[in-house]
Design a protein. Structure first.
Length: 197
């Protein structure tokens, strides 16, 4: 009936909104809410990423290039949308922008490396190793910002296990892997970071 209050309508006060926001931060992590030109730029970049992926679903694109572009987009957005710590929320940070641009540079190196880059995965050169280690560290930091410490901690344990396996007692002992082999697998193939979870 017209004019009667709706018993299903809920009135949400400020304290309830703050509680909901705190709950969402616990579940999803703290993220920036930029306004102005920088917020518009990040919004446009997110839309471009979505359009790129819709085009890639219909287009004929090399799987290496698709995955490099995807991870480059995701890392850039992770470093620009998620602060390094809760106190840095909603503040522009040159460090975050630097990490975002470094992520793109590492992906462009792989993207433009072509078949030569892929062929070196069994024996990466020194520059491949340096960028591969930087890439792994960037992915770990992006995971920490977006999901917390648990996932990076587990990954670090597995990397440590891969590197020190020859010194472990049985039944955990194995040949062990050096930096070049880990970088070749995790950064220069469609396995590792670019593979399925």
């Amino acid at each position: 009936m017209a004019g009667e209050p709706n018993p299903l309508a809920a009135v949400v006060d400020e304290s309830t909104l703050k509680k909901v926001e705190q709950y969402l931060e616990q579940e999803e992590g703290v993220h920036h809410r930029f306004a102005g030109a920088w917020g518009t730029c990040l919004f446009v970049l997110a839309v471009v990423m979505s359009l790129f992926h819709m085009w890639a679903a219909y287009g004929n694109i090399n799987p290496y290039q698709l995955r490099y572009a995807h991870v480059g987009f995701v890392l850039f957005l992770a470093f620009t949308l998620f602060p390094s710590r809760r106190a840095a929320r909603n503040r522009f940070s040159w460090l975050d922008l630097g990490l975002a641009l470094l992520s793109v540079a590492v992906m462009l190196y792989a993207f433009w490396g072509g078949d030569d880059f892929l062929d070196r995965s069994t024996l990466p050169n020194r520059f491949d190793n340096v960028l591969g280690v930087v890439f792994v560290l960037l992915v770990l930091e992006a995971a920490r910002r977006t999901t917390g410490w648990i996932m990076p901690f587990v990954v670090i344990l597995f990397i440590a296990y891969a590197m020190v396996g020859r010194w472990l007692p049985a039944p955990w002992t194995h040949v062990g892997y050096d930096i070049g082999r880990l970088v070749g697998h995790m950064y220069m193939t469609l396995e590792g970071i670019f593979g399925t979870a």
